[in-house]
Design a protein around this ligand. Structure first.
Ligand SMILES: C[S@@+](CC[C@H](N)C(=O)[O-])C[C@H]1O[C@@H](n2cnc3c(N)ncnc32)[C@H](O)[C@@H]1O
Length: 254
């Protein structure tokens, strides 16, 4: 018998599949090695460009000021890092981190292409085991990354640990649509259209099927907020975007 993803043994979900807990990170790794070079174009196609607005909204909630130190966890190709760096300025620092070297390499390449150099750092590290000292960052962000980690509670606790007292976490993630009618339409689009776009554009239907399925397995807005509170975050709140297809959760380490 398996236990759910909060446990360290047994089984957990990989999309709609049940897999051994110790296999999930490798399976997720295969997905992102496979999609890395097509990741950005696929994001634009799948979301019809909306992911850019969602990311802007998330960064607007970050409270990042000039001179701040910011960590973007599971930062992938660097969209959030780029927007955060504009706020942190030349006196600040943005660390782009990801467990996956293919995604991190794409992120580094894109940030350098855009002219970002001085105030970015890059580190390959697991969200559940962040390789940073305690109380380091003014802000920690994670965009569309949390649902991919094996143990969400552990990742939340790690993000809490590396935040300075007074610091803020911003979590951007797919969530649960608030209207039933929207939910039905969204399901039809996600399951019928997105894997096909994945097949034609990225030549990888299976990875995009996983991405859609993983959204359905992710905790809803309220459940995620409760998890944040359980690891210590205070003054938590969330904003539904696009009718709850996406949510931005914010919390503080006080
Ligand atoms: C859907 S992408 C999001 C990338 C970027 N944050 C964005 O918003 O476009 C998910 C990212 O999470 C990373 N990831 C998955 N599991 C992780 C883990 N345990 N620790 C850190 N990063 C992880 C993947 O490698 C991938 O780059």
């Amino acid at each position: 018998m398996g236990i759910n993803q909060e446990g360290s043994t047994g089984t957990t979900h990989f999309g709609f599949e049940e897999v051994a807990t110790h296999d999930k990170a490798g399976r997720v790794g295969d997905v992102f090695h496979s999609v890395a070079t097509r990741y950005d174009v696929m994001n634009d196609l799948m979301s019809l460009g909306a992911h850019r607005l969602w990311k802007r909204f998330a960064v607007a909630q970050s409270g990042v000021h000039s001179g701040d130190w910011v960590l973007d966890v599971a930062g992938g190709t660097g969209d959030l890092a780029w927007l955060l760096a504009a706020r942190a300025g030349v006196g600040g620092r943005v660390v782009l981190s990801d467990i996956n070297d293919s995604m991190l390499a794409e992120g580094r390449r894109r940030l350098l292409d855009r002219g970002g150099a001085g105030n970015f750092s890059y580190l390959q590290t697991d969200a559940e085991n962040l390789a940073f000292a305690d109380d380091r960052f003014h802000c920690v962000t994670i965009g569309f990354g949390l649902r991919n980690v094996t143990n969400i509670d552990r990742a939340l606790a790690a993000m809490y640990r590396v935040l300075r007292p007074g610091g803020r976490v911003v979590i951007l993630e797919f969530s649960k649509p608030v209207l039933r009618s929207l939910s039905k339409l969204y399901d039809a689009y996600s399951f019928a259209v997105i894997p096909r776009i994945g097949r034609f554009v990225a030549n990888d239907e299976a990875s995009y099927r996983y991405l859609v399925e993983s959204i359905r397995r992710h905790p809803d807005q309220r459940t995620l907020e409760t998890k944040m509170q359980a690891v210590g975050f205070e003054r938590t709140r969330y904003f539904n975007l696009s009718g709850g297809i996406v949510a931005v959760h914010v919390g503080f380490k006080l």
